[in-house]
Design a protein around this ligand. Structure first.
Ligand code: SAH
Length: 234
């Protein structure tokens, strides 16, 4: 067996500070903005010359948070309610040999500021601090397959959940000015229903928390409804 060494070309700065509540694929929440900050030898504009001609990029990255937990041949895709098992190579599960993830994301811009090269991205599904191992332009003529079908994951996950905000949450959002899209962002994250599959069958009210940017967000789930109870600064 041949072993390879891979070094990151950069790291992701993301509003998603923990795995819980990150959407299961990119582009489901367009307000999820991130910065890809280049490191070491890769912090040079030559590496990205011409990249702004592309609207979308493929990111190859390391599932760094879970990589040391290894892999299994069979996994339970959340799409199947967590009950049925599929082969890891028939899924996009994070627990896989080599722990490599890939996401097609939108390129919003290229930044070179204070001798630091960065790509501005949106629609990401990546945890803060994710190491990026490669970047490639998305090629619609080859990568977009309109006749493709995808079995148990053929359609975009349904977002039937509704979202409302408490008085406190509304005021908190209105007062902060740093993230103009904060409300839309929270709504779209909660509409994805981040709860684990087995919790979705439960009837009673459930309480959850997540951090986005520097905020702690607490909400309650009642049937198909999410009510954001409280937002605080960390
Ligand atoms: N689009 C990628 C990721 C799919 S799995 C692919 O298909 O390969 C998506 C999940 O990855 C998210 O819900 C999030 O919880 C998890 N995730 C994102 N970044 C991660 C990281 N750095 N380490 C471990 N898990 C991560």
């Amino acid at each position: 067996m041949q072993n390879y060494q891979i070094q990151p070309v950069g790291f992701i700065q993301s509003p998603y500070k923990q795995k819980f509540a990150i959407p299961r694929q990119p582009r489901l929440v367009p307000q999820a903005k991130a910065k890809l900050v280049f490191c070491g030898d890769f912090n040079r504009e030559e590496f990205v010359r011409g990249i702004e001609e592309f609207t979308h990029l493929w990111l190859l990255f390391r599932f760094h948070e879970t990589a040391d937990k290894g892999y299994s041949a069979l996994v339970r895709p959340p799409r199947l309610g967590g009950n049925e098992r599929k082969g890891v190579f028939a899924t996009r599960a994070t627990f896989r040999p080599n722990g490599i993830g890939m996401s097609a994301v939108k390129l919003e811009g290229v930044e070179y500021k204070n001798a630091q090269l960065a790509l501005l991205l949106s629609g990401i599904d990546l945890l803060d601090g994710t190491p990026i191992v490669d970047i490639k332009p998305y090629l619609p003529y080859s990568d977009a397959m309109i006749d493709a079908s995808a079995g148990f994951a053929d359609t975009r996950p349904e977002t039937l959940m509704t979202v409302s905000f408490s008085e406190q949450a509304e005021q908190f959002i209105a007062k902060q000015t740093r993230y103009p899209e904060l409300k839309e962002f929270i709504i779209n994250v909660l509409k994805q229903d981040p709860r684990p599959a087995y919790k979705k069958q439960k009837q009673q009210t459930q309480f959850y928390g997540m951090s986005l940017y520097e905020f702690n967000i607490r909400w309650q789930v009642d049937g198909e409804h999410n009510q954001v109870i409280e937002i605080t600064r960390e």
